[in-house]
Design a protein around this ligand. Sequence first.
Ligand SMILES: Cc1ncc(C[n+]2csc(CCOP(=O)(O)OP(=O)(O)O)c2C)c(N)n1
Length: 647
Amino acid sequence: MSVEEGTANHGRLLGAVRGPQDVKRMTAEQLDILGAEIRDFLIAKVSRTGGHIGPNLGVVELTLAMHRVFDSPRDRLLFDTGHQAYVHKILTGRQEGFDKLRQRGGLSGYPSQAESEHDLIENSHASTALSYADGLAKAYALRGEKRSVVAVVGDGALTGGMCWEALNNIATAGNPLIIVVNDNGRSYSPTIGGLADHLSSLRLNPGYEKVLDTVKDALGNTPFVGKPMYEVLHAVKKGIKDAVAPQAMFEDLGIKYVGPVDGHDVPAVEAALRAAKNFGGPVIVHAVTRKGYGYRPAEDDEADCLHGPGAFDVETGQLVAAPSVKWTHVFANELVTIADERPDVVGITAAMAEPTGIATLARKYPERVYDVGIAEQHAATSAAGLAMGGLHPVVAVYATFLNRAFDQVLLDVAMHKLPVTFVLDRAGITGPDGPSHYGIWDMSVFGVVPGLRIAAPRDSATLREELREAIAVDDGPTILRFPTGTVAADLPAVRRVGPVDVLAESARTDVLLVAVGSFAGLGMEVASRVAEQGYGVTVVDPRWVRPIPAELVELAAGHRLVVTVEDGVRVGGVGSALAQAMRDADVRVPVRDLGVPAGWHPHGTRAQILADLGLTAQDVARDVTGWISGLDAAPVDPATDGATAQN
Ligand SMILES: Cc1ncc(C[n+]2csc(CCOP(=O)(O)OP(=O)(O)O)c2C)c(N)n1
């Protein structure tokens, strides 16, 4: 079907788009229709799979304009963070893939080179696109290639320090490069900080008055939205008292500024992009958009404009999954209880107050919570300052994002022996967000930090307990790490040896199975399967995995084989650290360490990925049985539980 035929049938215009060239040929009227079809498509598909619906509804027109003005893939379109690239995927031949968005074997939720030549940056960590753009523009200049480089960056991502390091360099280099600031005033929640205020103040300039009018008109013609959006923008505008000279910030840096433009007006964005393209140096195009635009439940969602929900009901925007008690909730509630008792406890979030649970503390003690923006490095060192000032900061971030702040944790916090607790949510294999969102590096990376203690709770009781223990530490940093999803049922210990919980034991001490954190349940199942083969397994949860507890080494010495299983990379993981501690103590029991192999693991559900990696009870039991039987043990009759067969 051609684009022309598609005009006759509004529902079919999108179906005719096979690549950016089809969008280039469209009339303004067709583009309007296409925009509406894309929204319907996104809502229909993402409501079934879950995903970043709010951000993508906000960039429909922006992305259309980009693909009309530039020639991807020759011109490079870069999406900071990459969660807002669905429309780009739709326009670059990947509509069919949306049925399996973020599912195993299906489309990634982020740009992916394996999917398309139109994708470049796969990293889903924020605030990197301007640096990639700087490098690309330099490379094309040196190689004499005439290609445009366009980076889309949100006002949220602009709170990340890397953006400012990049801007500094981009301005100095002076290469042609276009930075589209997608300013919707929000990260998850409203973007905080001086920059956000400044962007708001830009809205005070006369040009912005025109944008407001245009947005008002456009909204009047759009079925789902209307007055409320105009009022919100207008309220923002009126709320800012201390206007600074519009554009000054960027132009002082030496970067041309175009805007603000109504980011939902394709011709307006196109005109700005064409001007920027022809300028021949670095240009910022400031586009004002609305997160969740055109879909009432997203626009009205005060928490995060449906930033990245699971599957949801199209009519209401409500999640389909039944609510359950998550690890995050247990942490959030216990933190408030501790904060009630300890006025020195304060919280820090890097633009993720709700997803990390810090918002619960903020609701009770707003003056004791700091949202620092998407600035994990700053969060760590600011926490160091808070600790130096006599407080105990709790920095709540997703495990994958603390990687950024390694040097800050190492030197700014640990070297100064400061009591800062880092709470790492979404640790381990997380699932649909794929490789860059897996929280599998923390135990290895931060395991090398002297004086840093790491706890991995197995259930809600140990989460609460270990959080208290962590916050009680006053001579150095602590990390508490737990996975995503519904918290595991409480698994009481048989006894405790030092910090180590013994979860199961038998008369026969063949195998010490060290089950780290959330793998405790798996450890119990493995033990009963291996017991069926006649071997005795002691299952322990070390609770504190760094430094390796001396008691764990002593327990290891009393067994014939040690097997560790952890939800993190094997390289430098708990298993390898335990083996080292055992060597140091001259304990010569063999150790087998199970965990996540080095590599980039694709997206899927957590269960699917763990199964792919052989981290199921069945697989681990088979491994353990094979290893222990290989040690030449004579299996015994399970009926006697090996009581007389000790050797
Ligand atoms: C380093 C890092 N920290 C946190 C996040 C989690 N995160 C994903 S999107 C987002 C908000 C981004 O806001 P913005 O750039 O304005 O884009 P929008 O979603 O509003 O379009 C955050 C905090 C991340 N991706 N990377």
